[in-house]
Design a protein around this ligand. Structure first.
Ligand code: ASP
Length: 305
């Protein structure tokens, strides 16, 4: 059965948060992905559509509304993977692209490479007709204000690893042919050093899809996720025969074991959906071909599909 599951980032509960808004944003993205599948589109098309919507939603830390680095700049990372042919594309430290997930797909489909970074990635976007946006258009007043607060509290420097500010986005999907795909897009961590790259654009860490097993997308502090290869861990557990929820939980347990904190979502080729998170909250939502829908925010009991 076709299905789309998305997340809007894992992290601690903060004041002035809007759980309903985050859930609504995730649900809209899951619906957008499902609409693609309902028209006969591929899982790859579905995760790109869902991710683009979340990148454009300023509530989430990706695309427009991304957190700022130590210099007060946006640097975006994203990756996408097609589980049918094990093709993957990724970009990191991109500054002038509104939808990095589409650029990641262009790297996959129109270059001989998997990962492009920095100026080269922005330049490649131009060769594919992806227009340059003024970086300031990606910065929301809220993120500018948070950056200024960090600068003030650190006595002038905008730097310091301020810890994750949430809202990295991700999507996984299974299509009518039982093929799976995954996508992840982020502004990284607030106050990160310029040039820092997290897990999100790294295949097997933030994103992984293999239609023999499933697809997964991670969120949380990349410095830990990279070391446990979080999405790879989920697929390894699936290959050992674990049910999808237990596979996600086992991978998160390993993350916690080394001091990390975060979440992961996953789908199998049979349309089973799973997620787990150790953080106080992770916004997520799913939509399935049978009409069932759902969204969650905290580790409260939610009805699982
Ligand atoms: N995983 C992202 C990164 O480390 C951040 C997040 O998911 O909140 O770049």
């Amino acid at each position: 059965m076709v299905a789309v599951l998305v997340h809007g980032g894992a992290g601690p509960r903060r004041d002035q948060e809007d759980p309903e808004g985050a859930k609504a944003g995730c649900l809209a993205a899951a619906e957008a992905g499902l609409a693609v599948l309902a028209r006969g589109g591929s899982a790859l098309d579905a995760v790109e559509a869902a991710a683009r919507l979340l990148e454009d939603d300023p509530r989430f830390n990706s695309g427009t509304g991304a957190v700022l680095n130590a210099e007060g700049e946006v640097e975006l990372d994203a990756s996408i993977m097609d589980g049918e042919h094990l093709r993957a594309g990724a970009v990191a430290v991109v500054k002038t692209v509104k939808n990095p997930i589409t650029l990641a797909r262009a790297v996959m489909e129109h270059s001989p490479h998997v990962l492009l970074v920095g100026d080269g990635a922005d330049a490649f976007a131009r060769t594919r007709g992806i227009p340059a946006v003024d970086p300031s258009t990606l910065i929301t007043p809220l993120q500018r204000q948070r950056w200024l607060e960090r600068v003030r509290s650190s006595g002038g420097a905008g730097g310091g690893h301020a810890g994750p500010k949430h809202g990295t986005i991700g999507a996984v999907a299974v299509d009518a042919r039982g093929q799976v795909a995954a996508a992840t897009s982020t502004g990284g961590t607030a106050g990160k050093l310029a040039g820092r790259v997290g897990d999100s654009p790294l295949i097997g860490c933030g994103t992984l899809a293999d239609s023999r097993l499933g697809a997964a997308s991670a969120t949380g502090l990349g410095e830990y996720i990279i070391r446990v290869r979080l999405t790879s861990a989920v697929l390894n557990e699936l290959s050992r025969g674990l049910p999808i929820d237990k596979a996600c939980q086992a991978a998160i347990d390993d993350l916690v074991r080394i001091g990390g904190d975060g979440g992961v979502i996953a789908v199998t080729p049979r349309g089973e959906l799973g997620w787990a998170f150790s953080s106080e909250r992770m916004a997520f939502a799913w939509a399935r071909g049978d009409g069932s829908r759902g969204a969650g925010f905290e580790n409260d009991p939610v009805s699982k599909p």
